[in-house]
Design a protein around this ligand. Structure first.
Ligand SMILES: [Fe+2]
Length: 262
């Protein structure tokens, strides 16, 4: 596991997390800015989720508030975790329909980019689509597959996650839209991902698994779904078999410079 200087906040005996005022202000800055940026760019299913969650703007939401909505729509929950968790814990949580949320928020100095997924990324980026049955089903299936996978298979599964749940795009009657939470929680990438500057590939799960990525740069290539139901259908296909095929075919050459040289 990597190191982090962030520490997740602990709840009191009633499950309430008392964030300092400065952290509520960071949330307010992030959500106010990002609600504007996603306009016309986020897919409708995500916006429907935003509508249902009714996220507060002036304060960091409590996990219990999110759980009420997720529980009533898809049966998902959010689970409080430390700033970074092992892969094993991550898969165990997803396999039991619990989405990990680290209860810390980025510092004002890291407003635009941080490597650790904070509560803004997890709640604003991922929770809206967890109200969608197609997306929820895929995420659940993904967790179960990850739990059963070997260490090497998990690396290929991680790329599938990256190219869908984190950085996925989707074609709609209203044009190309974003559904990936890694994009939707980043103002820069929200604009860039639809700018025409990066490369776009029609979604193919095996190709996604074979495509290397770096977490600290704007993505050079995005995979585009025909619709969100494609993820639901994929959840009922032989993903484990696709992992085997991807492993046999091997990785594509990266479309980005190595980290040391960057
Ligand atoms: Fe994420």
């Amino acid at each position: 596991m990597k190191q982090t200087h962030y520490v997740a906040r602990e709840p009191d005996a009633h499950g309430f997390i008392d964030y300092p005022e400065q952290e509520h202000r960071v949330w307010n800055t992030l959500i106010t800015r990002q609600m504007k940026v996603i306009e016309g760019r986020a897919c409708q299913e995500y916006l429907d989720g935003i509508e249902q969650l009714k996220l507060p703007h002036e304060r960091i939401p409590q996990l219990g508030e999110i759980n009420k909505v997720l529980g009533a729509t898809t049966g998902w929950q959010v689970a409080r975790v430390p700033a970074l968790i092992p892969f094993q814990t991550f898969f165990e949580l997803l396999a039991s329909k619990r989405f990990p949320v680290a209860t810390f928020i980025r510092t004002p100095q890291e407003l635009d980019y941080l490597q650790e997924p904070d509560i803004f990324h997890e709640i604003f980026g991922h929770c809206p689509l967890l109200t969608n049955p197609f997306f929820a089903e895929f995420t659940h299936t993904y967790g179960k597959l990850g739990l059963a996978a070997s260490k090497e298979q998990r690396v290929f599964l991680a790329r599938l996650y990256w190219m869908t749940i984190e950085f996925g795009l989707m074609d709609t009657a209203q044009g190309r839209k974003i559904y990936g939470g890694g994009i939707l929680s980043s103002p820069k990438e929200t604009v860039y991902s639809l700018s025409g500057e990066p490369e776009y590939q029609a979604f193919d799960p095996i190709e996604a698994m074979r495509t290397p990525y770096r977490i600290d740069i704007l993505q050079p290539v995005y995979f585009v779904l025909p619709n969100l139901k494609r993820l639901f259908d994929l959840a009922h296909e032989d993903i484990a078999g696709m992992v085997q095929q991807a492993m046999q075919l091997g990785l594509h050459a990266p479309k980005f410079p190595p980290k040391a040289a960057a």
